[in-house]
Design a protein around this ligand. Structure first.
Ligand SMILES: [Fe+2]
Ligand SMILES: [Fe+2]
Length: 158
């Protein structure tokens, strides 16, 4: 009778193999976790600003913030998916709250926020990253650069 491949590897061995991998991935998971948390906060700020712009009847400004919000939300989702693929257990971010942000200086807020995002992705040590994670980080970085240039978003099409 055919045996499943897993029959050859008792659960104890699998656990040991996973425990062996954890120290090397621990730092990567921590870094991806920090990026994920930052994206969540950024998404919350833009969602908050979109709501304020709508309440003020500023349709175009609201549209701008909805675009930025959609991109940051997409970054968050992609980082979460990558962490799951790597076997990490992403933290629950549902209780995070956006810091207050005013519409008066919205350009300065977007500029500062995007500069911080660019800095986070540029300063990440690429040598620690596997190829898939590296290309994800580079893709996100190019969208952040576009955010900084245009002070707007929705550059992510899929
Ligand atoms: Fe982002
Ligand atoms: Fe951004």
């Amino acid at each position: 009778m055919a045996r499943y491949p897993s029959d050859d590897q008792p659960v104890g061995d699998l656990r040991a193999a996973r425990a062996e991998r954890e120290p090397e991935n621990g730092e990567l998971f921590e870094r991806l976790g920090e990026l994920r948390r930052a994206e969540k906060l950024q998404a919350l700020v833009y969602r908050h600003m979109a709501a304020r712009a709508e309440a003020a009847g500023e349709v175009e400004l609201a549209h701008r913030f909805h675009g930025l919000h959609a991109d940051e939300q997409h970054h968050l989702s992609r980082l979460t998916a990558r962490m799951l693929e790597l076997g990490a257990n992403p933290a629950d971010l549902s209780t995070l709250q956006a810091p207050p942000a005013s519409l008066d200086d919205w350009q300065e807020i977007v500029r500062t926020s995007e500069a911080a995002e660019i800095d986070r992705y540029r300063s990440l040590d690429r040598s620690d990253l596997d190829e898939v994670t590296r290309s994800l980080v580079d893709e996100i970085l190019s969208v952040e650069e576009r955010h900084a240039q245009e002070l707007g978003g929705k550059w992510t099409v899929a």
